[in-house]
Design a protein around this ligand. Structure first.
Ligand code: ADP
Ligand code: ADP
Ligand code: ZN
Length: 227
């Protein structure tokens, strides 16, 4: 007789300041483990571009490097989590960023019998962040991330992933706004390290090394947390 195996989808959180490598690593984990990357930054930028109500309310905070209000971000995340593809398991990139968001996530997951497998803190020096963020650009076609010094396409001007040649930079990736974003991280997001530690869900990784070395360490953490 076959016994149906009940599995709940994995939920992983990547915590870390702007430029820590959350997006870069989330995309690699997405490919390796078949999970879905949920970036609230991407969802908000999309809402701004489409000029939805939420997007219009979020824009000023994003431009200045502050956090968008919890109610807007939680609503966007809740809608995205309800989509079918999230049944594969998710990597949250840039959410939660406040204690209110973390509590809302616990409630949301509780409603569907899910739990957080691990909240992984990408630990980096503030000094490196300005350089990482200032040199960041992405492929407009597929979203692959690049860096002027640290991660260039194999052929200059051509995306490794999709062959596209339309690259873009974020308006908020400038030296002035990065300061405000780092401040928001330390004041409002860093306390989540203690929040998840208290729940025995916290894992830390040194994120100052090579992209590929960090990816290896993260994969081992994810394997352990989803076994
Ligand atoms: P986040 O999503 O945390 O803001 P990203 O993944 O977008 O960060 O990375 C920020 C920039 O730094 C990108 O241009 C990326 O290519 C680059 N980057 C990511 N990880 C590293 C690393 N370990 N070393 C050097 N540069 C990195
Ligand atoms: P970063 O590269 O700084 O990690 P993101 O793409 O995650 O950037 O976020 C860009 C901006 O979108 C943030 O500076 C903030 O204004 C807004 N944002 C993204 N996620 C959240 C969130 N969970 N809560 C509040 N604001 C958010
Ligand atoms: Zn591409």
């Amino acid at each position: 007789m076959d016994i149906a195996v009940q599995t709940t989808p994995a939920v992983l959180i990547l915590l870390g300041p702007p430029g820590a490598g959350k997006g870069t690593q989330a995309r690699m984990l997405e490919e390796k483990f078949g999970l879905v990357q949920l970036s609230t930054g991407d969802l908000l930028r999309d809402a701004v571009a489409r000029q939805t109500d939420a997007g219009m309310r979020a824009k000023a905070a994003m431009d200045s490097g502050g956090l968008v209000s919890d109610d807007i971000v939680i609503a966007i995340l809740r809608d995205r989590l309800a989509q079918d593809d999230c049944a594969k398991g998710v990597i949250l990139d840039g959410f939660p960023r406040t204690t209110v968001q973390a509590e809302a996530l616990d409630t949301l997951l509780g409603e569907t019998g899910q739990r957080i497998n691990a909240a992984i803190s990408l630990e980096v020096d503030d000094a490196a962040m300005v350089e990482r963020v200032s040199g960041r650009y992405t492929c407009g076609g597929c979203g692959e991330g690049y860096h002027d010094s640290f991660k260039q396409p194999k052929t200059a001007g051509v995306c490794d992933k999709c062959g596209g040649s339309d690259f873009k930079r974020r308006a908020d990736d400038n030296a002035e706004t990065v300061g405000a974003r780092l401040e928001a991280y330390h004041a409002q997001t860093a306390p989540l390290i203690t929040y998840y530690d208290a729940k025995s869900a916290l894992q830390r990784i040194d994120a100052m090394g090579d992209i590929s070395a960090i990816a290896k360490g993260l994969a081992a953490i994810v394997e352990g947390a989803t076994a």
